[in-house]
Ligand binder design. Structure first.
Ligand SMILES: [Zn+2]
Length: 417
């Protein structure tokens, strides 16, 4: 019940009534890191942080040769009005797993580490998986430091500010990557619930592209400009929104969403002159992403030509799909099937810190179901028994990975393992 108590305690930090707001380096997010640090200290774990605010708590393996640790973790920041489990479960569940392993008195062949990655949600600074991407060398520290939040504060200033790095926790730099990484997370979708699975064996994390589309038409009087003489940017946008949907449906195993539309001037009696829209495109098959990308651009060019207006498509972000490392996936599979014969292989449509850590270490992921598939909302829930079962599976994977990696400094699955 320690697990549920801690999740409930974290859920109060940044609670808005509709959900939880814990943007990176806000008072609520710092309070969550402080709370985690106090639990880790009480559990006898060794705490460190790096200069972007990733927080590491290590259970040392006495007498072991050293070498890189086996890591688990997730994030403590939330989207606006987010839920109590997305991210927090992987961190608190990781701590719970380490405490159970420590209490078992079982000799460890490798150190274990739980990490709270900074700013996975892009919650305040405009980059997802911020902390883990700097850790994995995918984003330079200086590039991260230059990011500016909507409130005008730069990341570089915030990390040094009153809600940034924790006091009394050593800052480490330039440490080696883990021997393996496993992330425990809520599914955030309805697939597991629909097939009665309590544990999910993640096979891959979908690749993702984000685009901004600027449509330049001609604004005018809604009463005087004849229908045949218009360049209505919103009508063009409407065609494009449906074209995006058709392109994803035709590609199969691909999702594409227009979730943002800005209409200018957005007045009842003015023909819309400008529209900005954003497209989010995902698939575990990078080839399908490329094909849908090309089709969307073709459709945009056709709409522009037919309607006599200008449409510019800009790529904002592109992340390839990440496949879980086969040795880690086998460990996750064994741990999950032993505890739940209904455990399913599942693809993650959502991005996770594991995507970034995959650049430097073999990664695996364990999912537990989300009730009603609800996530990124205040009423995000998972059955308490499923939360416990996920931690059980994590304990098994951490122990198996620690044994598998022993005997060499290499990663799990490396030739010397
Ligand atoms: Zn998450």
């Amino acid at each position: 019940m320690r697990l549920h108590g801690r999740l409930a305690e974290l859920a109060r930090l940044g609670a808005t009534g509709e959900g939880i707001d814990r943007g990176l380096f806000t008072p609520a997010e710092r309070a969550a890191r402080e709370r985690l640090a106090s639990w880790c200290r009480a559990a006898g774990l060794r705490l460190e942080q790096d200069r972007v605010g990733n927080l590491f708590a290590r259970l040392d393996a006495p007498g072991a040769a050293g070498g890189a640790p086996i890591q688990c973790g997730s994030h403590l920041d939330t989207v606006r009005n987010g839920g109590a489990y997305d991210g927090a479960y992987g961190v608190v569940g990781g701590l719970e797993a380490l405490q159970r392993i420590a209490a078992s008195g079982r000799p460890l062949q490798r150190s274990l580490e739980v990490v709270a990655w900074a700013g996975e949600e892009g919650s305040r600074f405009p980059l997802g998986c911020l902390g883990s991407s700097v850790y994995a060398g995918q984003t330079a520290y200086d590039a991260a430091a230059a990011l500016v939040a909507d409130d005008g504060e730069s990341f570089g200033a915030a990390v040094r500010g009153p809600n940034g790095l924790l006091d009394g926790v050593p800052v480490r730099d330039g440490f080696p990557p883990p021997a393996a990484y496993v992330e425990l997370h809520v599914e955030q979708g309805p697939v597991m619930e629909n097939c009665g699975a309590r544990l999910g064996i993640v096979s891959a994390i979908a690749g993702q592209r984000r685009f901004q589309v600027a449509i330049e038409g001609v604004a005018g009087h809604s009463g005087t400009v004849p229908m045949t003489h218009r360049a209505d940017a919103l009508c063009a946008a409407s065609e494009l929104v449906l074209a995006v949907e058709r392109a994803a449906l035709a590609a199969s195993d691909t999702v594409a969403t227009v979730g943002q539309l800005v209409v200018d001037p957005n007045q009842t009696n003015i023909i819309p002159g400008h529209v900005l829209l954003r497209i989010d495109l995902r698939s575990i098959d990078d080839g399908r992403i490329t094909a849908v990308d090309a089709r969307i651009r073709d459709e945009a060019a056709q709409v522009a030509q037919t309607r006599g207006l200008r449409i510019g498509v800009t790529l904002l972000e592109s992340r390839p799909a990440v496949t879980m490392a086969p040795p880690m996936r086998s460990l996750v599979r064994a741990a999950c099937l032993e505890r739940d014969p209904q455990a399913v292989d599942i693809v993650s449509g959502a991005g996770h810190d594991a995507m970034c850590v995959a650049a430097v270490a073999p990664v695996g992921m364990i999912f537990v179901p989300s009730i009603g598939g609800r996530s990124h909302v205040g009423d995000e829930r998972t059955e308490p028994a499923d939360l416990e079962l996920g931690v059980d599976a994590l304990v098994a994977v951490l122990l198996a990975a620690a044994s598998a990696a022993v005997g060499g400094s290499g990663a799990v699955g490396a030739s010397d393992a």
